[in-house]
Write a protein that binds this ligand. Structure first.
Ligand SMILES: [Mg+2]
Length: 285
């Protein structure tokens, strides 16, 4: 998929009930004298306990996923955008994935760091591994910006869903990117935490995320350059997210056809200047 320039090893899931079943099995196995099986079960139990933190991230409860999917403040804000401020929902750049982004060109233009969404931007939804298409580009981004990257998620690091930061810590270990602890879901919230983290103004930062409703509106509201990669897959996304995604994509496409432009940005003077941030596939690493 060509970029559209706009101006301006799966982990096996083991649940808590599985652990309980192992506890119930142990006395019965010992009574039968099945020593070999007992050792096997103990080993399995040890493995289960060892992967608690990781499985905790991947085994969100249904209620957590529903809560994460329903973003009432975001919907209300998007309604306001639709009625009176459509440019806020349009990214400065749209790309197929991170490989199209020329990080050195962005650095040369005066940007100091990057803020990333996670699901369908760096990983498939609810997965802990970088998507193969972004791995090299993200490493290059980190080199270019000397590690000044942060993940800003509507689940990990968000006070509502991750109050003790456990999920954020697991993601940091898995992806190698700091996860910002914050209190408000995108697109709500200001840039104070982000500016404090990076030590620069939000307009010197780049917001990269696949959702118009959350990532793009959040980045534009706070004066960042916004880049929207296409999502990797709809597999695993809750129905509420699929519905919201289809509505916001239809709205964005309609407004773009009507000639609506994203907000102007002080470091990007024109569409031609923005074109310099797109990399030809021959240059992919
Ligand atoms: Mg996303």
């Amino acid at each position: 998929m060509a970029p559209r320039l706009v101006a301006g090893g799966h982990t096996q899931q083991v649940s808590v009930p599985d652990v309980r079943r192992l506890h119930l099995k142990l006395p019965a196995l010992a009574w039968r004298g099945r020593r070999a099986s007992l050792v096997h079960v103990w080993a399995a139990k040890r493995d289960v306990v060892g992967m608690d933190a990781k499985s905790a991230v991947q085994e969100r409860t249904l209620m957590q996923r529903l809560g994460q999917s329903f973003n009432s403040a975001g919907i209300a804000l998007f309604a306001r955008v639709a009625l009176s401020d459509q440019p806020l929902s349009l990214p400065h750049l749209s790309v197929a994935d991170l490989r199209w982004i020329d990080w050195p060109a962005l650095k040369a233009a005066g940007f100091h760091g990057c803020v990333f969404d996670k699901d369908n931007t760096l990983t498939e939804p609810y997965e802990l591994e970088l998507h193969p298409h972004v791995r090299d580009s993200l490493a290059e981004c980190s080199r270019v910006f000397e590690g000044r990257l942060v993940l800003y998620s509507n689940s990990a690091g968000l006070q509502q869903f991750d109050p003790d930061g456990k999920e954020a810590a697991v993601l940091e270990a898995a992806l190698g990117i700091p996860v910002l602890r914050h209190r408000e879901k995108k697109p709500s919230g200001g840039s104070e935490d982000i500016e404090q983290h990076f030590g620069c103004k939000a307009e010197q930062l780049i917001m990269v995320g696949d959702r118009y409703l959350t990532d793009v509106v959040f980045g534009n509201r706070n004066g960042m350059l916004t880049i929207r990669p296409a999502p990797f897959t709809s597999r695993g996304e809750p129905k509420a997210v699929l519905l919201a995604r289809s509505i916001e994509e239809a709205c964005a496409a309609r407004w773009q056809r009507a000639g609506v432009q994203p907000p102007s940005h002080p470091l990007v003077q024109s569409a031609a200047a923005a074109a310099a941030f797109i990399r030809h596939p021959d240059a992919w690493q």
